[in-house]
Design a protein around this ligand. Structure first.
Ligand code: SF4
Length: 456
């Protein structure tokens, strides 16, 4: 009983978070930066922030995550980090030779009010930015938002800094990725490739944070969206943003600046959301959906139809990131399950409205800006059959003896998320398998000898 002190009765809390269901903005910004080929993220703040962000990403992706830090000490904390950042830019290009440095701020540098564009301009004037190399930045104070908004801010910065205008629109589509796994990004590209749709995925951490063991460390792996591709995003036929919170700001920025039409979709998790993504790709490219994609969809429909009786009416407690939870909630409703509790740490009332729409007629409680403590209290009041959440939810799962499916960020005690996607029809099959395994393993465990079944 690790959380034995959690009381059953929830009480109103406005300024206190207990066991947060989010982490800080720079982690998302750092993750997004790694999705640019040849990018070294730069954390503008103290060493402790950078060490924490790198270690969380390293634990989740099981890959060594590289990033620089402006290494604030007392002087920079009082007078600002201009000298530190200018020096850092010089050191990084001299020692590591990245194609691009993506600077994100931290609580400390934001509290001081450091003017990053002015600092970068000074580094440029001093000749510290080699010809053809780039430095971009995003403001990511952690006293606002979450890792998801930090990710969104950095992706938006990519197009604001690097996209270029084009007189004629190309025949390719921008796919702005939400905060999903490298395996998911690879799956999004696979689906677009299967359909013969030319696309630019931004950012793209596949081939960066899920690379094979070769015995040789590569500072900048082969994957990632290139600077040239990012320049071309200003001339795309359309931008498909996968996620309202994490991806829409970049697509909207491209629309505002370069008139690239923006279409905001949900993450393609589950049948309906994947259908919408596939249809949007097909419509944008002016093609029919190929048979191979329809075949995979049919496989997912088949497995759901075969096992529907085990899903029906099962109550689920969900905790995680808003875009993930919206898509997961819709999928669970499609399966006949009841998303009983839906909690995200990321603030935003639109999220609560969307979940309420998706769960109309169901006994669902939803909270944006919530925490794991609240989820635990709700579960104590009325239990669920299943929890879906990140590694931190394992404490609730253990205390309440409820099966847990790990999904989201961070997952630091399992490895499947690195390798296998949950987006698209294939990803839907994996999710269904995981949900079924959890439900049926529990049924096997709890069945009496008379009702213990061989075939299910
Ligand atoms: S919350 Fe702020 S101070 Fe703490 S690690 Fe994140 S950026 Fe650094």
């Amino acid at each position: 009983m690790l959380l034995r002190h959690t009381p059953n009765e929830p009480s109103e809390r406005e300024v206190l978070s207990i066991n947060p269901a989010k982490t800080c903005q720079p982690i998302g910004a750092m993750y997004a930066s790694l999705g640019i080929h040849g990018c070294l993220p730069q954390s503008h703040g103290s060493q402790g922030c950078c060490a924490y962000h790198r270690s969380m990403l390293t634990r989740h992706y099981k890959e060594p995550v590289m990033a620089g830090t402006s290494s604030f000490t007392e002087g920079a904390s009082v007078f600002g980090g201009q000298a530190n950042l200018v020096q850092a830019i010089n050191n990084i290009f001299s020692l590591y030779d990245p194609e691009i440095i993506a600077v994100h701020t931290t609580c400390l540098s934001e509290t001081i009010g450091d003017d990053i564009p002015a600092f970068v301009h000074q580094a440029e004037q001093k000749g510290f930015i080699p010809e053809g190399k780039k430095v971009i930045h995003a403001n990511t104070p952690s006293f606002a938002g979450s890792h998801v908004t930090g990710y969104a801010n950095m992706v938006k910065a990519m197009v604001q800094y690097l996209a270029e205008p084009s007189e004629e629109k190309g025949e390719y589509v921008n796919i702005v990725s939400g905060f999903i796994e490298p395996a998911d990004m690879a799956e999004v590209k696979r689906i677009a490739g299967q359909m013969g749709v030319e696309s630019i995925l931004l950012p793209d951490t596949s081939g960066v944070l899920n690379t094979p063991q070769t015995g040789t460390h590569e500072m900048f792996p082969a994957g990632g969206v290139t600077i040239e591709e990012l320049k071309k995003t200003g001339g795309a036929k359309k931008s498909l943003a996968l996620g309202v919170t994490a991806a829409a700001p970049a697509a909207d920025a491209l629309q505002a600046k370069y008139s690239v039409p923006s279409m905001v979709l949900d993450l393609p998790i589950g049948i309906k959301a994947t259908d919408r993504f596939v249809s949007a790709l097909a419509e944008t490219a002016g093609i029919d959906v190929p048979d191979i994609v329809t075949y995979e969809r049919g496989q997912l429909v088949d497995v759901i139809t075969d096992m529907e009786q085990y899903f029906y009416g099962k109550r689920v407690g969900l905790v995680g990131d808003p875009d993930q939870l919206v898509a997961l909630t819709e999928f669970l409703v499609t399966l006949g399950m009841v998303p009983a509790y839906v909690v995200t740490g990321t603030p935003g009332k639109k999220f609560e409205k969307r979940i309420a729409e998706l769960t109309e007629g169901l006994p669902t409680k939803v909270k944006a800006g919530g925490d794991l403590f609240l989820l635990h209290q709700w579960i104590k009041e009325e239990p669920v059959d299943l929890i879906i959440g990140n590694t931190y939810a394992k404490y609730i799962a253990r205390d309440e003896d409820i099966p847990l499916i790990r999904h989201g960020f961070p997952i630091v005690d399992r490895i499947g998320h690195i390798l296998f996607p949950t987006v698209g029809y294939k990803g839907g099959m994996r999710l269904v398998e995981k949900i079924l395994d959890a439900i049926l393993d529990r049924k096997d465990r709890d069945s009496s000898e008379e009702s213990f079944e061989l075939v299910m």
